[in-house]
Ligand binder design. Structure first.
Ligand code: FAD
Length: 616
């Protein structure tokens, strides 16, 4: 009986095991099959997938086995390296790991990320894969933990100001944590032309031989350019620290510098310098040095609010892109969160017709976090305006700066919808912006003959406008913005944009008369830019709209870069540097004054904190 019972038990166990195994097999089959199809089934091989990125088509080579994506290589693309590189480096592996394009995009490089995913999808279609399955979203465990961190100094934002502030304080022996919401460091600083102002530096006197510059001279030039609405205390702080900051960046950071300075009409003395390889070069130098330091860098972590102990700021609350919560505490918190240019609601209505050419990272979070605890702001309505944007997406611009400048060297002219010139095309940009603002849709049009267009085209491609984009815009022939119209005759090109054809022809004839005489009797265009008549067609009309990225207002600070509240008192524990701190630059900034302000104020706050918190 006992023996029979044992046999029965064994049988039951075997049946259970078989059943269990079948169930598992069933599950595996379920995992491996959708509607009777094998789950990931591809025609194995390598396929080239394509999708539209930020600046043009991104091509990827995707290798498939019979049931998986095994490799993704990024091929041709026109993306801005400084932004897209992190997506190129990280996203392919994420897709391979999850066998899905439903993985999160790389923060700060969303458009390039989406393009990579779409290109993989395109390759999968060619490999006859189950694309619905490939799009499956990845379920993530909700994060419940809160990570607590502590250091002497908390820096929020990893652009030029944040990186210099963090390294300046760390060099003086303070412990520092830097939070950056994007997956990559650099902010707008990395996109910039990296023009900077270097008054009072050894670099200016010894390398470039300029010995007659002074704090007073740079103050006066910036005050004049800033319309006199600069906060004197902030501009003084900027002017005094520009030299030491420049030399510190040269000596300590080692950012490569050019062979010569760039003379600008806004500077009475030669002091504008473009770091080698522009923003990318400057960012790379800062980020490389940062890696050598003990600064605790946390990317993909966004500060959401300031932590208070009574009236004193003792750090920030933050959230990781994976949902992890952070409480980061320190004796001093430095806001270096950059501009609020991407936030139309924080800007005056007068800018509604103008277009934004910066990155979406400029959301003004630092300014708003501080305002929530009573901080005051100054000059909030001011942005740095340029006269050469094309509205390629609603409200969003690309710059034709280099192309437009090249067009004035040949025979480009600016006309309004009535077909008339309205301004000297070579005057200061702000005067052109004023004329644009008078137009109903904020646009003027750059008229070019074929020779001028050739020069325009060869000078704009490569600066965020790829040949591919340009070809698309031309093919569209001004059916939609950006308006790039072309036709064989002046009359035809004018008709496309509803510009008065008779007036436009008269304008061309009159301009050509001025070229013959060497005098622009209407607007005084300099004779140096009046050498070529408007000649052979085809003819082109390209829209030009005012564009902006950098905001010039922001948190009110004192000479120690401490944030001031609406009662005029400094907020204990809270500091600001870079674009988030308003006042130094007034209502307009000299080219270079913005990167200069980010680097100078970042460096300066590091020194102030070392003094206040007992660094060495
Ligand atoms: C295309 C372009 C070209 C330019 N060219 C020039 C030039 O040649 N010369 C010049 O002087 N100026 C130029 N500027 C302006 C200049 O780049 C900026 O004024 C300057 O770089 C600002 O530096 P910043 O450190 O204050 O801000 P940013 O460099 O923008 O850095 C701010 C950082 O803070 C991060 N951040 C924001 N909020 C949070 C948060 N809540 N938590 C964590 N992190 C956060 C952002 O992601 C960003 O990385 C240009 C701007 C653009 C867009």
């Amino acid at each position: 009986m006992k023996k029979n019972f044992k046999i029965l038990l064994c049988l039951i166990l075997i049946i259970m095991l078989v059943a269990c195994n079948q169930e598992n097999n069933g599950k595996e089959e379920l995992n491996g099959a959708v509607d009777g199809q094998k789950m990931f089934s591809y025609n194995s091989g390598k396929y080239i997938g394509k999708a539209m990125g930020h600046n043009g088509t991104i091509e990827v080579e995707v290798e498939f086995s019979e049931d998986a994506i095994t490799a993704i290589n990024i091929l041709d693309n026109e993306e801005t390296t400084t932004v897209a590189k992190t997506a190129f480096d990280q996203l392919p592996q994420k897709i391979i790991d999850e066998q899905s394009i439903g993985v999160d995009s790389i923060s700060g490089a969303t458009i390039s990320s989406v393009a990579i995913k779409n290109a993989v999808l395109n390759a999968a279609e060619q490999a006859n894969g189950n694309t619905e399955l490939l799009k499956k979203s990845i379920e993530k465990e909700p994060k419940t933990e809160t990570i607590e961190l502590e250091a002497d100094v908390i820096v929020v934002g990893g652009g030029g100001a944040g990186m210099t502030a963090a390294m300046g304080a760390e060099q003086k022996g303070l412990s520092v944590i830097l939070l950056e919401k994007n997956a990559m460091l650099g902010g707008h600083t990395a996109f910039s032309g990296a023009f900077s102002l270097i008054t009072g530096s050894k670099l200016q006197s010894e390398k470039y031989g300029i010995t007659n510059d002074s704090v007073e001279a740079v103050y006066d030039d910036n005050f004049k350019n800033g319309g006199g609405v600069n906060i004197p205390e902030d501009l003084q702080l900027y002017s005094e620290n520009m030299g030491p900051a420049t030399d510190w960046i040269d000596d300590y950071i080692g950012a490569p510098t050019p062979n010569e300075l760039t003379p600008l009409s806004e500077n009475s003395i030669n002091r504008a310098m473009i770091y080698e390889d522009a923003g990318d070069g400057l960012k790379n130098a800062l980020a490389a040095k940062l890696e050598e330091t003990d600064v605790g860098v946390h990317v993909n972590v966004k500060a959401t609010s300031l932590l208070l102990d009574g009236d004193k700021v003792i750090g920030v609350e933050a959230e990781g892109s994976d949902g992890t919560k952070y409480q980061v505490k320190g004796a001093a918190t430095v806001l270096a969160t950059g501009s609020y240019g991407a936030r139309k609601d924080l800007l005056p209505e007068t800018l509604n017709n103008f277009v934004y050419y910066g990155a979406q990272l400029a959301q003004g979070e630092g300014m708003e976090m501080a305002q929530e605890i009573g901080a005051d702001v100054v000059n909030q309505g001011y942005v740095e305006l340029f006269e050469n944007g094309v509205e390629w997406q609603p409200g969003i611009a690309k710059s034709t700066y280099n192309g437009s400048m090249a067009a004035w060297d040949v025979s480009g002219i600016l006309v309004d919808r009535s077909g008339k010139r309205v301004v000297n095309e070579r005057t200061a940009g702000i005067n052109i912006v004023k004329e644009m603002a008078k137009q109903e849709d904020g646009r003027l049009f750059l008229l070019m003959d074929q020779a001028t267009y050739d020069s325009f085209e060869s000078n704009i491609t490569g600066y965020g406008i790829s040949q591919e984009l340009l070809d698309r815009w031309l093919e569209n022939n001004a059916k939609d913005p950006p308006y790039f119209a072309h036709a064989d005759t002046i009359e035809e090109v004018a008709e496309i944009l509803d510009i008065d054809t008779i007036n436009l022809q008269k304008t061309v004839d009159r301009y050509n008369e001025f070229v013959k005489k060497g005098i622009d009797e209407d607007f005084g265009r300099d004779a140096d830019y009046l050498t070529e008549p408007i000649g052979e067609g085809p003819y082109y009309l390209v829209e030009q709209k005012p564009r902006y990225a950098t905001t010039l207002g922001g948190l009110k600070i004192n000479k120690d870069l401490q944030v001031i509240n609406t009662d005029g008192k400094s907020i204990e524990g809270l500091f600001a540097a870079g674009d988030v701190a308003g006042g130094a630059r007034g209502n307009d900034s000299i080219p270079g004054a913005d990167v200069g302000w980010a680097l100078t104020s970042g460096y300066a706050v590091g020194q102030v904190l070392a003094e206040k918190l007992g660094g060495n």
